[in-house]
Design a protein around this ligand. Structure first.
Ligand code: F6P
Length: 544
C-alpha cells in the first residue's frame, strides 16, 4: 500500500485543514507550554522545533505515520545488516563504523574485527604523521596532507576539518582537493614542498574521474620534483574499497586503508575516508566524534518516536514537504566553522532521497526530498534573507549555532547568537500592518505612510527549527551528523525509497566519457546532439 493511502496520512491531511489557518503567532499564544512540549535535548544539543507549524497533535499523528510505515522494522533491518540497499545488493552498516565494541551486527555477520583493526591502523598512521616520525622520501617529516577525493570522499572530512580547526595539529596543514578544475590543484601545488607532502587518495571505487586525474597529476608533480618514481610509496596513501587498484597505482599495501561495500560514500567519513581528519585532530578526538555518533545511534534505536530527535526531525520535514508543500529547506549555520555544513547536507540528503521511484520500482505517490540549500546565516542575512522574509515562499529553515565560541572576541558571540535568534523569531512572527503603522505614525505624512506601509509588513509564519549546541566539539558534531543521517533514513522509509543508492549520478558520467574524446575529434562530435556540437566547436576554437 502506498503511504499516501494510509490511515495516518489521511488523518494528517484532515489535521492540516484545521491547523493551517493558524499563524505561528496564534499557535504560540494559545499554548504557553509550547516550547517545553516542542523541544528536545540530547547530550549538549537543544533541538527547538516550537517554531514549526505544528502542534502536539501533529506530532502524534506523524508518529503514527512512522509506525504505519513500519519504521521500527526498517531500523531493525538496517542495524541487523540486512541488504536494505536492494538495487546494489548491499547492507548499510555505517553505524558499525562508530561502534566501540563488537560483535556487530551479529555473530554471523560480524564486521567489527575489520572495523576495529582498520581504526587501529589509521590511528598508528595518524600518530606517526602527527609526531613527525613518518618521514618522506628525502628523510623529512610530513607537514602537508592533501586529501584528494570528491563527494562523500571529500565533503564530510573537509566539513569536519573546518569545524574542528581549533583542536587541530598546529604544525600540520591539511588540504582538500576535489575539483577537476586545475584552479584548485595547481595553485595548491605551488605552495607545497614535495619532500614534506603526503597525498591521501580517497575513493571508494578508485575509478572516479575527478579523483583519479587529480591523483595522477599529483603523482606526476611529486615524481618530477623528487626525481624518482620510488618516492610515491612514501608520499601516497589510499582510502578505498578497492585496494588492488590502489596498489596498481603505486601505493604501498601497508598505506592502503580499506572501507567496505556496506559503507555508502556519503556515510563514509567515519571510515578510513576520515583519515585526513584523524591526522588533523588526532585519534582521541576522532574517537570522541565516533562516540558522539554512537550515542545518537543508541538514542535513535531506543527512544519513543515523539522524543526521538532524528525521527522528529524527519517527521517535521515530511510535514513541511508533503502536507504544507515546501519545496526547499534552508540550512543556516551561525558559526563560521560550519561553513561547509550546508554542502555536506546537500549530498547527504539529496543524493540519498532525491528520488521519484520507490523500492518497489513504482513511481512515488508523493514528493520526496526538498532542495537543500544554505549558507552561513549571518552572511545570508545580508543577501538572500530578504526572500525568506518577504518573498512569499514557504522555506523551512534549520538554524544551527553553538553557544560557546572557539574563537572568543569581546562581544562577537553574543551578537552572533542574538542575530540567529532574531532571524528565526522574525521569520516566525513577522510584523503586521498595524504594528508597522504604529511604528511609522508621526514620522511622515499620512499619504507617504500608506504608500510605504505594504513594504514594511512581514507575513511571518515561516517555519524553522533551531539546533543549539553547547559547543562545537567532536562528540557533539558526531551526534549532529548522525542525527541528520538517521533523519534521512527515516524519511526514506516513509517515502518508500532506497536512500542508499545513487543511480541518478551515473548518466552524466557516461555522457561525459562520450564527450571527452569528441573535444578533439570533430567526427565523433558530429554524432552528438546539436547543442553539444555547438559547445564543442566553440571550445575547440579557444582551448589552449
Ligand atoms: O558520483 C557520485 C559518487 O559516487 C558519490 O556517491 C560518492 O561519494 C562520490 O561519487 C565519490 O565516489 P568515490 O569515493 O568512489 O570516488
Amino acid at each position: 500500500m502506498k503511504i499516501t493511502a494510509s490511515a495516518s496520512w489521511k488523518a494528517l491531511e484532515a489535521h492540516r485543514l484545521s491547523l493551517s489557518p493558524l499563524h505561528l503567532r496564534q499557535l504560540f499564544a494559545r499554548d504557553p507550554g509550547r516550547v517545553a512540549s516542542l523541544s528536545l535535548g540530547f547530550d549538549g544539543i537543544l533541538f527547538d522545533f516550537s517554531k514549526q507549524r505544528i502542534d502536539s497533535t501533529t506530532l502524534s499523528l506523524l508518529a503514527a505515520l512512522a509506525r504505519e510505515a513500519r519504521l521500527d522494522e526498517a531500523t531493525a533491518r538496517m542495524f541487523g545488516g540486512e541488504k536494505i540497499n536492494a538495487s546494489e545488493d548491499r547492507s548499510v552498516l555505517h553505524v558499525a563504523l562508530r561502534r566501540s565494541s563488537g560483535p556487530f551486527p551479529g555473530a554471523e555477520l560480524d564486521v567489527m574485527p575489520e572495523v576495529l583493526a582498520t581504526r587501529l591502523r589509521m590511528a598508528a598512521f595518524a600518530d606517526r604523521i602527527r609526531s613527525g616520525e613518518a618521514l618522506g622520501f628525502t628523510g623529512q617529516p610530513i607537514r602537508h596532507v592533501v586529501n584528494i577525493g570528491i563527494g562523500g570522499s571529500d565533503l564530510g572530512p573537509k566539513m569536519l576539518g573546518c569545524a574542528l580547526r581549533s583542536v587541530s595539529h598546529p604544525a600540520l596543514d591539511v588540504h582538500y582537493v576535489s575539483n577537476l578544475d586545475g584552479a584548485q590543484l595547481a595553485p595548491l601545488l605551488q605552495t607545497l614542498d614535495p619532500r614534506t607532502t603526503l597525498f591521501l587518495v580517497a575513493s571508494k571505487t578508485f575509478t572516479t574521474q575527478e579523483t583519479m586525474l587529480n591523483a595522477q597529476t599529483a603523482r606526476n608533480w611529486l615524481v618530477a620534483n623528487l626525481g624518482d618514481a620510488a618516492a610515491v610509496s612514501r608520499h601516497f596513501a589510499a582510502l578505498t574499497a578497492k585496494p588492488e587498484r590502489a596498489v596498481q597505482f603505486g601505493i604501498r599495501e601497508d598505506s592502503v586503508f580499506p572501507l567496505w561495500d556496506w559503507v555508502g560514500g556519503r556515510f563514509s567519513l567515519w571510515s578510513a575516508v576520515g583519515l585526513a581528519l584523524m591526522i588533523a585532530i588526532g585519534p582521541h578526538a576522532f574517537a570522541d566524534l565516533l562516540a558522539g555518533a554512537e550515542r545518537m545511534d543508541e538514542h535513535f534505536r531506543s527512544t519513543p518516536y515523539e522524543r526521538n530527535l532524528p525521527v522528529v526531525m524527519a517527521l517535521i520535514g515530511i510535514w513541511n514537504t508533503n502536507f504544507l508543500g515546501a519545496t526547499s529547506n534552508a540550512v543556516l549555520p551561525y558559526n563560521e566553522s560550519l561553513k561547509y555544513f550546508p554542502s555536506f547536507l546537500q549530498q547527504l540528503e539529496m543524493e540519498s532521497n532525491g528520488k521519484s521511484v520507490g523500492v518497489d520500482g513504482q513511481p512515488l505517490a508523493c514528493s520526496s526530498n526538498p532542495i537543500v540549500w544554505g549558507e552561513l546565516g549571518n552572511n545570508g542575512q545580508h543577501a538572500f534573507f530578504q526572500l525568506l522574509h518577504q518573498g512569499g515562499r514557504l522555506v523551512p529553515c534549520d538554524f544551527i549555532a553553538a553557544v560557546r565560541s572557539d574563537y572568543p572576541l569581546p562581544g562577537h558571540q553574543e551578537a552572533l547568537l542574538a542575530n540567529c535568534f532574531a532571524q528565526s523569531a522574525a521569520l516566525a512572527f513577522g510584523k503586521t500592518a498595524e504594528e508597522a503603522r504604529s511604528e511609522l505614525e508621526g514620522t511622515m505624512p499620512a499619504a507617504a505612510l500608506e504608500a510605504l506601509l505594504p513594504h514594511k509588513v512581514f507575513a511571518g509564519n515561516q517555519p524553522s527549527s533551531t539546533l543549539l549546541l553547547e559547543r562545537l566539539d567532536p562528540q557533539t558534531l558526531g551526534a549532529l551528523i548522525a542525527l541528520y543521517e538517521h533523519k534521512v533514513f527515516v524519511q526514506g522509509v516513509i517515502w518508500g525509497l532506497n536512500s542508499f543508492d545513487q543511480w541518478g549520478v551515473e548518466l552524466g558520467k557516461a555522457v561525459a566519457s562520450s564527450i571527452l574524446p569528441a573535444i578533439g575529434n570533430p567526427e565523433l562530435a558530429a554524432k552528438l546532439d546539436a547543442s553539444t556540437q555547438g559547445l564543442l566547436a566553440f571550445s575547440r576554437q579557444h582551448l589552449g
